[in-house]
Write a protein that binds this ligand. Structure first.
Ligand code: DX5
Ligand code: ZN
Length: 217
């Protein structure tokens, strides 16, 4: 399976999102990762559905929306109606209605992702694997860009890969997010990750095209 790089615009210039998204596209990316934070599930506030809607108007890249919010169920429709192609929510945010949320995303014809924080074991989401398009293993504590990769999370990538085999879900997207650079990307892809989110590493690079390639080659 091809490795998908999803540059995170959390590290972009918010006054020039269109310009920065075009840069990502010219550099070869097919996805753009949008970090939604509510100041409650995580201690930071970023982007909401209106911004996703504006981004939708200026790009045909796949909008990979990562919801780091407390009550994702309430907002799924808003984000899909705003143009999200993939909606990823956190298991820890609403673990009592995970199936319902996944079904709602699918009913609207979009891809569903489920994410776990560094302290949540992979076994917590095992049962949902048959329903999901993507699992997102956080490799930093969600909330901020530019943090250091937590190596203890790597074994969880391997666990999810194992579960995907168990359930005959070879096409499951296993995404990692946080502290991804040319070195940590390899550590993750070696054990089964096939989608890499990177923010600061890409946006601090002098050559975005080379930086994207350095993650996958
Ligand atoms: C963090 C976000 C990430 C963030 C990654 O909570 O989910 O997507 O942008 O940033 P880097 O790549 O700088 O760790
Ligand atoms: Zn993210």
């Amino acid at each position: 399976m091809e490795i998908i790089v999803s540059p995170s615009i959390l590290s972009a210039d918010f006054a020039n999102l269109e310009r920065d998204i075009n840069k990502i596209k010219s550099a070869g990316a097919k996805w753009v990762h949008i970090d939604v934070m509510d100041g409650h599930f995580v201690p930071n506030i970023t982007i909401g559905a209106p911004v996703v809607k504006s981004i939708r108007k200026v790009t045909d890249l796949k909008l990979d929306v990562h919801l780091m919010i407390s009550e994702p169920k309430k907002y799924i429709k808003d984000f899909i109606n705003s143009g999200a192609d993939i909606v990823t929510f956190h298991y820890e945010a609403q673990n009592n209605c995970v199936c319902e949320i996944i079904n709602e995303i699918h009913a609207m014809g979009k891809m569903a992702g489920l994410s776990i924080k560094p302290s949540t074991p992979s076994s917590a989401i095992k049962d949902f694997i048959p329903l999901l398009d993507m699992v997102l293993i956080m490799t930093v504590e969600p909330g901020f860009g530019g943090q250091k990769f937590i190596h203890e999370c790597v074994s969880k990538i391997a666990d999810i890969k194992e579960y995907s085999r168990l359930y005959d879900r070879d096409n499951l997207i296993i995404q990692v997010d946080g502290g991804i650079n040319d070195a940590t990307a390899k550590i993750c892809t070696r054990v089964g990750a096939n989608s890499l989110v990177a923010g600061s590493y890409l946006f601090n690079a002098s050559d975005l095209h080379c930086a994207i390639n350095s993650l996958i080659k």
